[in-house]
Design a protein around this ligand. Structure first.
Ligand code: PRP
Length: 177
């Protein structure tokens, strides 16, 4: 990969904004009186979480957990680690996990199992993007933004080797040549 890989816009900021609004409306309907804990999966979900919660006008709490599943490249190592754990008690709480992408599904399956053991009252998943063609383990996404084909995407929190998280659009990282 060159130092300036080619990027093509897949979803513009306007499309992302509309999709986040749609998701917020669905979440609002289901969680209005539940005082949920929203758990963002770092780092990728930080921008999505920030935009989403601004549209949720009811009591909620925000938590983050940091997992790591990818090495420095495009492929998952398959080994998931909790790099930074939760500070809140989730037992008996309505928990909504906020992810930027479900790819192989290994990361989120690990996290959902991890959280389920803590006995939340309910546990659901909101993912901004989904790449079902890459799935290695079944995952139910309760609130989904975009379905994408098997392309490497960056921007709006998503990285390639820690780059491009700051792009306002979601872009496709194109192969060289
Ligand atoms: C990415 C992404 C998801 C996960 C999806 O995180 O943010 O959490 O991989 O992978 P999977 O469905 O193939 O298991 P990553 O571990 O790269 O960390 P990051 O969020 O800090 O970029």
């Amino acid at each position: 990969m060159s130092s300036q890989p080619k990027l093509g816009i897949l979803f513009t900021c306007e499309e992302i904004e509309a999709t986040v609004k749609k998701l917020a409306a669905e979440i609002r309907q289901d969680y209005l009186s539940k005082h949920p804990i929203l758990i963002g999966v770092l780092k990728g979900s930080f921008m999505f979480m920030a935009d989403l919660i601004r549209l949720l006008d009811f009591p909620l709490e925000v938590e983050f957990i940091r997992l790591s599943s990818y090495g420095g490249g495009r492929k998952s190592s398959g080994k998931i680690k909790v790099v930074q754990g939760l500070r809140s008690e989730v037992k008996g709480r309505d928990v909504l996990v906020i992810e930027d992408i479900v790819d192989a599904g290994l990361t989120i399956s690990f996290l959902l199992d991890y959280l389920r053991k803590k006995k939340p009252a309910s546990l659901k998943l909101c993912a901004l993007t989904d790449k079902p063609s890459r799935r290695q383990t079944p995952v139910t996404i309760d609130y989904l933004g975009f379905t994408v084909s098997d392309k490497f995407i960056v921007g709006y929190g998503l990285d390639w080797d820690e780059r491009f998280r700051n792009l306002p659009n979601i872009c496709v990282l194109e192969d060289e040549g």
